[in-house]
Design a binder for this molecule. Structure first.
Ligand code: GDP
Length: 297
């Protein structure tokens, strides 16, 4: 899918650049192909439509058809527009983690990469920012998930809250808060339970934890390969819980740029990080230029 988008756009623009002078109709035809390519990459219809309209307006405004290199100019406009939509405001990698101990709430569906991302981010905060981090798993229904976080913690040298059987997520969150304060931690990360789909119980549980922890950042971790489903999930979590940012995982695979574009355009929430593999170092600050470059091929 990802290749398709890149190849198609390159194909369209190669033809445009070779052609020299362009008519309005040429530009329209090319933009129709851009739209189809975006839809195929799982960008949602309204986003693709708005995007193409924005490009068309700019192309008309800049009298693209009368320029010496019309094709290149259209490519540049598409590229710049992509970056505009993807970037939003602020510094993507920046987290509000002053006022120690700062709680970070990690939310998302099961299998999206939440636990892995919690550990990756903890490692990054420790190594890049020199923060003392405590991680706690609140997934009381899945003991394996709690153990997974402990194992990752040992691997990266980050403390995890000891597991106490029989506690509910709110109790664990409170204990994490106390432990973080007593232990002089800068940040404590709460890895909430995930479910295979969004349900009432999950949302109520996460809400209760949010109310106790009062997180500085609530990061939604979603599988970037799920395209529009990822955007739907983000909207849902934002409506119910209120998220401050998104981490798109599995962008190392045949990652469609589409999810990133729709995510920004529809939710308005910043994509802060991207997951680029299973290893603990495979987390990077979201870079609009890089994604735009990949989308364009
Ligand atoms: P959770 O249920 O949301 O906590 O998901 P996990 O953190 O357990 O991740 C599920 C699987 O996805 C694991 O096998 C992870 O190693 C893998 N995974 C997580 N993030 C990434 C990523 O960015 N790229 C790839 N390729 N795999 C990932």
């Amino acid at each position: 899918m990802f290749e398709n988008l890149s190849e198609r756009l390159s194909g369209v623009f190669d033809r445009l650049t070779k052609q020299g002078a362009l008519s309005e109709e040429d530009v329209k035809t090319a933009l129709r192909e851009v739209r189809v390519a975006l839809l195929e990459a799982d960008v949602s219809l309204p986003v693709a439509r708005d995007f193409v309209k924005a490009v068309q307006d700019k192309a008309t405004g800049q009298s693209v058809t009368r320029s010496v290199t019309p094709g290149q100019q259209v490519v540049k406009i598409v590229h710049d527009t992509l970056i505009d939509v993807l970037r939003g405001e602020g510094d993507p990698g920046a987290l509000r983690i002053d006022n120690a101990p700062a709680p970070i709430l990690m939310v998302g569906l099961q299998g999206g990469g939440k636990t892995t991302t919690t550990a990756k981010l903890a490692k990054r905060l420790k190594e890049r920012d020199g923060k003392k981090v405590l991680m706690a798993s609140l997934d009381v229904n899945r003991p394996a998930a709690m153990e997974q976080l402990q194992i990752l913690g040992r691997q990266i040298g980050v403390d995890t809250l000891p597991i106490v059987k029989g506690e509910n997520p709110v109790q664990i969150a409170k204990r994490a808060k106390t432990q973080a304060a007593l232990g002089g931690y800068d940040v404590y990360m709460l890895d909430t339970a995930g479910r295979l789909s969004i349900d009432e119980e999950l949302m109520e549980q996460v809400k209760a934890v949010r109310d106790v922890a009062n997180p500085r950042e609530t990061l939604l971790v979603v599988d970037g390969l799920t395209g529009q489903d990822a955007v739907f999930t983000a909207q849902n979590f934002d409506d119910r819980i209120g998220i401050t940012g998104v981490v798109l995982t599995r962008m190392d695979g045949d990652g469609r740029g589409g999810a990133a574009l729709s995510m920004r355009a529809i939710t308005g929430k910043p994509i802060k990080f991207v997951g680029l593999g299973e290893k603990m170092d495979a987390l990077e600050t979201f870079e609009p230029e890089r994604i735009a470059g990949r989308i364009l091929g």
